[in-house]
Design a binder for this molecule. Structure first.
Ligand SMILES: NC(=O)c1ccc[n+]([C@@H]2O[C@H](COP(=O)([O-])OP(=O)(O)OC[C@H]3O[C@@H](n4cnc5c(N)ncnc54)[C@H](O)[C@@H]3O)[C@@H](O)[C@H]2O)c1
Ligand SMILES: O=C(O)C(=O)C[C@@H](O)[C@H](O)[C@H](O)COP(=O)(O)O
Ligand SMILES: [Zn+2]
Length: 357
């Protein structure tokens, strides 16, 4: 079991990574929240698999468990309407400011339950129990919570740090191959941002082909440490944290333009390759850098680009949260393991999209 301390400016908390942790969740949580009442928020795929184990563990540790809240699985549920249902559920259960939301699921659950916790009674504690690889390496850490609007991804949200994150890698055994592959997009992103050695290891032994528990524990811990280093230095995305958006300016546009039929990690992978190729074409990084990125993405069977017309992508890019007037901050690789933020105009970004094809 590994414990990684995140020291965000609004809250410090542990991310605990290991195998068989669901059974220990109650004890881990009691140390953090005392005698709070807990309410599991989950979705229709993950709930039947893991919610009961979580609740049994909480009850065994002497914590009171409220009836769980379950919403339909998938990105299509990441809406204001589902958020309202979750908030109504918390009120119906009479949760108080001393109580805790337990988010059990992938990134969609974590983002929505986290936002509900941020809003309900102006903020109650949330514990993240991520069950997808993407949620373990990325979304459960750092406190970004959100729902989508028809205009684009994550357009309504809040920064709301969890009180604890418990990533039990044994839950990954039930993740279908295609969903596991999708999650790898964010792992490759972290490698390009901060760990050149990990990128080479991933390219040679893709996670999609070598998925044993010990390796997954190691990969999750390394990724959490990368993200921790960034969000501890810049919780509110004033500067350094923008680099975690590598691949997302184009990736989010692909995701929204394809009506969420492609997973988030796959869209990030495509956006990452497109931005790396464009950066190489501009001379901001070596061609060898973009080739190494693309090789690793392709080794995982993830898309290395998108055929969507530049006009369509640009209509969604307008909603990027890194936009300032006519400019957008884009994240580009300098070399593998090091990226930078560059302010470009919207018309220059359109050129980058074309160059990245
Ligand atoms: N807040 C952040 O910092 C952050 C970071 C990255 C991504 N995100 C968001 O996360 C979302 C993507 O996360 P995701 O890929 O986990 O999506 P998800 O929550 O929809 O999970 C993907 C699929 O896997 C299933 N699943 C999850 N765990 C499972 C398990 N253990 N066994 C079987 N099936 C399981 C889910 O039911 C779903 O069908 C996007 O909405 C994205 O915007 C947020
Ligand atoms: O934690 C961050 O910061 C990230 O940007 C991580 C991303 O992988 C994640 O998809 C995030 O939700 C995107 O944020 P957004 O602010 O662009 O919606
Ligand atoms: Zn992402």
């Amino acid at each position: 079991m590994r414990r990684i301390r995140v020291d965000a400016s609004s809250r410090a908390y542990d991310v605990v990574v290991g195998a068989g942790l669901l059974a220990r969740l109650g004890d881990l949580l009691r140390d953090v929240v005392g005698t709070a009442r807990c309410c599991v928020v989950t979705e229709t795929n993950v709930g039947p698999l893991y919610a009961e184990a979580v609740e049994v563990s909480l009850a065994a540790a002497g914590l009171e468990v409220a009836p769980r809240i379950t919403f339909p699985a998938g990105e299509a549920s990441k809406t204001l309407a589902t958020l309202a249902t979750i908030l109504g559920g918390l009120a119906e259960r009479e949760l108080t400011r001393d109580d805790v939301v337990i988010a059990v699921g992938g990134g969609v659950t974590g983002d929505m339950a986290g936002l509900a916790a941020a809003l309900y009674l102006r903020g109650i504690a949330v514990v993240q129990v991520p069950t997808s690889l993407l949620a373990m390496v990325d979304s459960s850490v750092g406190g970004k919570t959100a729902v989508d609007l028809p205009a684009g991804k994550n357009l309504v949200g809040a920064f709301w740090q969890p009180s604890l994150v418990v990533a039990d890698v044994e839950t990954l055994t039930t993740v279908p191959n295609e969903l596991f592959r999708d999650s790898c997009g964010e792992v490759v992103k972290h490698a390009v941002l901060a760990d050149a050695q990990m990128l080479e290891e991933l390219a040679q032994r893709p996670l999609t082909s070598f998925r044993d528990a010990r390796r997954l524990e190691d990969v999750v811990a390394r990724n959490v440490a990368i993200k921790r280093n960034v969000v501890s230095a810049d919780e509110r995305e004033r500067g350094l944290r923008q680099t975690l958006n590598l691949g997302h300016t184009i990736g989010h546009a692909i995701e929204a333009a394809s009506d969420f039929s492609l997973g988030h990690g796959s869209c990030v992978a495509a956006g990452l390759c497109m931005m790396a190729r464009a950066a190489a074409a501009r001379g901001w990084c070596a061609h060898e850098t973009s080739e190494r990125v693309e090789r690793c993405v392709a080794a995982h069977g993830l898309p290395t680009g998108s055929d969507l017309p530049a006009d369509v992508l640009m209509s969604f890019v307008a909603h990027d949260k890194k936009r300032h007037g006519d400019g957008v901050n884009v994240v580009v690789p300098r070399e593998v393991g090091s990226c930078e933020v560059r302010r470009v105009s919207l018309s220059e970004l359109r050129e980058l999209v074309e160059l990245g094809r």
